[in-house]
Design a protein. Structure first.
Length: 424
């Protein structure tokens, strides 16, 4: 039996039976004051943040205030939907997600510019004429802020709005997205969609966590939970079975990383822990060992015209896989190949460039933002507690005192010198 068929076998119950058959995959499973059912965020840390907020801990006023401001803005957001776009997918169904490849431009030497040609790292503004990606990002940001605000403060208005936005995107017949990306990142004159388009749904991993934060709300029913789980199960099946999905699974760069992040996250969400565990275990050899050199370089990302952004972005995905691994007993944080390839080594390679100890020797179109690496370093500091890594952290700026990071990671502190410290 092929690996793909083995993975598919774990999905049979999710597609043929009600989604709530997955262990722990029911609305309202969180006990009062207990850890929420989330996967990207540490549930115990988030439960501690909630305890502190409800007890009146004023040290969290700044990040909580910014979160509540975002949540109040989201209360005024309209429903997000793929059906609002002017363009019509080749299927003729506006419920199908659609987007245009960002780095492809008209060929000036060809009549009508077709077929389009690649200009890596240069975004074609034509892509903004199709609104699905923007609509999805708006839904993800709004639902994430509303659900976290509800979890921390218990205000039912936030949960009610989050529920409305979730139903519009996933379950309401008039506005829902069909669970596929058949027409994502198409290239005019070349194809109607590509596996690469799957990276555009990586934000849906955050939505799965947001749903877990709504457990216990009177605005979020068991039927709502079943409906969204059913959508994720169907989408995951499409990822594993479709040509576009299989193409993305074979990607060896950041696209492969975020494919695994999505498969593992969605599998956990619908209660398929063994599938998630298998994907993360295989990521040790399939992603970490392939993507990272013994000196920490990520050559497939360094080959891009935005080498810094892609190097940090792929590493962010690997850290997310490591976070997910903690939910199923797989340690990617400390995994190392015999010749030294590993997540920590990749962090250490990028570190000198971020703190100004060395000049970035690779191409980076547009801005070169060293601060992209710092949240990753702060996440890693909770796992690497040896003196060498502590020394590196002395040059890493503290989190913004109003950053949501301080709510998701209550062990992060900003001391009087403006440096981060960690509770032991």
């Amino acid at each position: 039996m092929t690996k793909r068929r083995i993975l598919l076998s774990f999905l049979c119950a999710a597609t043929l039976l009600p989604a709530t058959t997955g262990r722990g995959a029911q609305a309202g499973t969180r006990g009062v004051g207990g850890p929420p059912r989330v996967f990207l965020i540490d549930p115990r840390s988030l439960a501690e943040t909630r305890r502190r907020v409800l007890s009146g801990d004023r040290s969290l006023d700044a990040p909580l205030g910014r979160l509540l401001e975002d949540a109040r803005k989201a209360l005024g957001a309209g429903a997000f939907s793929v059906t609002t776009k002017a363009a019509v997918p080749p299927s003729g169904d506006k419920h199908d997600y659609m987007s245009q490849a960002p780095y492809f431009w008209p060929d000036p030497s060809k009549p009508g510019g077709l077929p389009y040609i690649r200009r890596d790292g240069e975004r074609n503004p034509e892509i903004n004429r199709i609104t699905d990606h923007r609509e999805m990002d708006g839904m993800v940001e709004s639902v994430s802020a509303l659900a976290l605000a509800y979890y921390l403060r218990g205000d039912e208005a936030y949960a009610a709005k989050a529920a409305q936005l979730l139903r519009a995107w996933f379950t309401e017949p008039a506005t829902r997205m069909n669970p596929n990306l058949q027409y994502a990142q198409f290239i005019p004159g070349v194809n109607t969609g590509r596996g690469i388009g799957l990276i555009e749904t990586r934000g849906l991993t955050r939505v799965a966590d947001a749903v877990g934060l709504l457990a216990g709300s009177k605005s979020w029913t068991k039927e709502d939970q079943r409906g969204v789980e059913r959508w994720y199960a169907e989408f995951l099946r499409w990822m594993l079975e479709s040509k576009n999905g299989r193409d993305e699974a074979r990607a060896v760069n950041n696209h492969g990383t975020y494919y695994d992040v999505q498969v593992a996250s969605y599998a956990l969400f619908i209660g398929k822990e063994e599938l998630a565990k298998r994907v993360i275990e295989e990521a040790r050899g399939k992603r970490v060992a392939v993507q990272i050199e013994p000196d920490g370089r990520q050559p497939l990302e360094l080959a891009r015209t935005r080498a810094w952004g892609y190097s940090v972005g792929n590493l962010d995905g690997l850290l997310t896989l490591a976070d997910l691994g903690e939910r199923v007993g797989v340690d990617l944080w400390h995994y190392r190949t015999p010749d030294g390839r590993g997540i920590r080594r990749a962090l250490e390679y990028l570190y000198p460039f971020a703190v100004g100890e060395a000049k970035w020797p690779h191409q980076q179109l547009g801005v070169w933002p060293p601060e992209m690496l710092f949240p990753l370093m702060r996440r890693a500091a909770a796992r690497y507690r040896d003196e060498r890594f502590k020394a590196l952290m002395l040059k890493v700026p503290a989190a913004d005192p109003a950053s949501r990071e301080l709510l998701l990671r209550p062990d992060v502190r900003v001391d009087v010198r403006g440096q981060q410290s960690e509770e032991r």
